[in-house]
Ligand binder design. Sequence first.
Ligand SMILES: CC(C)(COP(=O)(O)OP(=O)(O)OC[C@H]1O[C@@H](n2cnc3c(N)ncnc32)[C@H](O)[C@@H]1OP(=O)(O)O)[C@@H](O)C(=O)NCCC(=O)NCCS
Length: 153
Amino acid sequence: MTSIALDIETREMAADDLDDVLVIEHASFSIPWSRNIFLGEIETSFCHSLVALVKGRIVGYICFAIVCDEIHLRNIAVHRQWKRRGVASALLSRMVAVSSSEKARYGTLEVRKSNTAALNLYKKFGFVVEGIRPAYYSETREDALIMWADFGS
Ligand SMILES: CC(C)(COP(=O)(O)OP(=O)(O)OC[C@H]1O[C@@H](n2cnc3c(N)ncnc32)[C@H](O)[C@@H]1OP(=O)(O)O)[C@@H](O)C(=O)NCCC(=O)NCCS
């Protein structure tokens, strides 16, 4: 099957987006973030939250925080109907662009060891596994891999 390239827009997340964001969040994670957590991200000055839209419909989002010269990727998810169409890549590209404008050279994140889709995605953006947090995810005691990227190299 040939997939047609999507016209993906990105913009800052607003409180009015949260009904749509929470549908994707609940479908994506066993322990989803609450509305209040997203509201906190939107309202915190060093946090950035973006949504991706296709034809005006929210199809994914990303949340990251910038502290000194580091970006911490805190959350990213894509609606199941729009996966593997470049939505997460568009969101990560925006994050990398923000890192450049904010002079944040390094990126870091935690990812479940078994999350092949996310691991492959992050590797495409230059993240490498630098450490492990044993049994980091409380519900399954799965390890988290700690990944870092040097956007300045
Ligand atoms: C991980 C996730 C965000 C990827 O979103 P996406 O929009 O489908 O990703 P993209 O289309 O931009 O894919 C970019 C690359 O990621 C990798 N990738 C994405 N999905 C993959 C999959 N199912 N299997 C293997 N690699 C995958 C590929 O390298 C892909 O490039 P390619 O399509 O050219 O091969 C999405 O699967 C998702 O929402 N997962 C549930 C939430 C989650 O796990 N978030 C991460 C928490 S750490």
